[in-house]
Structures are given as structure tokens and as C-alpha cells.
Design a protein around this ligand. Structure first.
Ligand code: SF4
Ligand code: SF4
Length: 143
């Protein structure tokens, strides 16, 4: 991609409460981990209003993140993780993209907002990452 090339720094896997597990994520993780969806929620999730979010480890990182190894569920990671940096905020707001560039070294600092939006929308659609259920899915995927 012109606009994004992940540098695997792990910064986006740190911090509390951001990773929403929507219905598709739960089904995918359950298959990947060979657990029931209820077991996935019990072991790795926590309720947050009407949504389920991933727990954090004691180190402040996502429960699936390990330093040196990265994401333990990479091939089955939640849609919100697969969608970064093409979140609604960065797609609708130039300033938000500017701030994201300072946080994430994977975003091409020279990419224009217009090119970022064009490439991001194509990526989200091609990978079926857009969502529409604000009660259970991540708001950042609802455009
Ligand atoms: S902050 Fe950006 S470069 Fe670092 S792991 Fe996350 S997506 Fe990749
Ligand atoms: S599921 Fe994987 S990619 Fe997503 S925050 Fe956790 S460790 Fe990072």
C-alpha cells in the first residue's frame, strides 16, 4: 500500500478498552482457538455496555500481545485490528489522520488525505471490514 506499511512496533496493541469483538470476530476467534464463543468471551473478553472488548494483560497491552512475538491471533485478529489505520476518524477528518501519523510509524507521513481515503476505502471494502451494528461492532468501522 502507498499509505500504510506496518512496522510491527506494537504501539497500537497497548491501551485499555479499544478492541471491540463483534459477532464476526467472536466466531473467527472461536474457530481459531478451538473454543466456544462463550469460552472466548470468558477467557479473553469483558463486557462494556452492549459490546464485548478484549482484556488487557498486566503489562497494559492487549491480552493477545507478546513482546518479540507480536499478536498471538494474527491470522484471526479482530476486524478493528485489521482495519487500522483506516478508522472512520482518520477517513473523515484530515487532522485525525495527521495525529495518527505521529502515533503510528506505519502510516506514510507523506500520504495526502485524499489518497489515504481512496486506498483505505478500497481496502476496507475488499476485506469486508465495514460494520453497521453500533450496538455490537466498533464505531470506527461504521461509515
Ligand atoms: S502502531 Fe502502526 S506500525 Fe506500529 S504495530 Fe501498530 S499499525 Fe503497525
Ligand atoms: S488482537 Fe492482536 S493486533 Fe489486535 S490489539 Fe490484540 S495483539 Fe494487537
Amino acid at each position: 500500500m502507498k499509505s500504510f506499511d506496518c512496522k510491527m512496533c506494537g504501539s497500537c496493541c497497548e491501551g485499555k478498552g479499544g478492541i471491540v469483538l463483534g459477532p464476526r470476530d467472536l466466531a473467527r476467534l472461536a474457530t481459531h482457538l478451538r473454543l466456544s464463543q462463550t469460552e472466548v468471551i470468558d477467557k479473553f473478553g469483558q463486557s462494556s455496555g452492549t459490546k464485548i472488548r478484549l482484556k488487557n494483560g498486566d503489562d497494559g497491552f492487549c491480552i493477545f500481545f507478546a513482546k518479540e512475538k507480536g499478536c498471538a491471533v494474527h491470522t484471526a485478529k479482530p476486524d478493528i485490528c485489521a482495519a487500522w489505520p483506516f478508522f472512520k476518524g482518520n477517513l473523515v477528518d484530515k487532522e485525525s489522520l495527521h495525529m495518527a501519523k505521529t502515533f503510528c510509524p506505519g502510516i506514510n507521513p507523506d500520504i495526502s488525505h485524499e489518497d489515504f481515503v481512496e486506498e483505505g476505502m478500497a481496502y476496507l471494502k475488499a476485506n469486508h471490514l465495514l460494520a453497521d451494528d453500533s450496538t455490537r461492532e466498533a464505531n470506527a468501522l461504521i461509515l
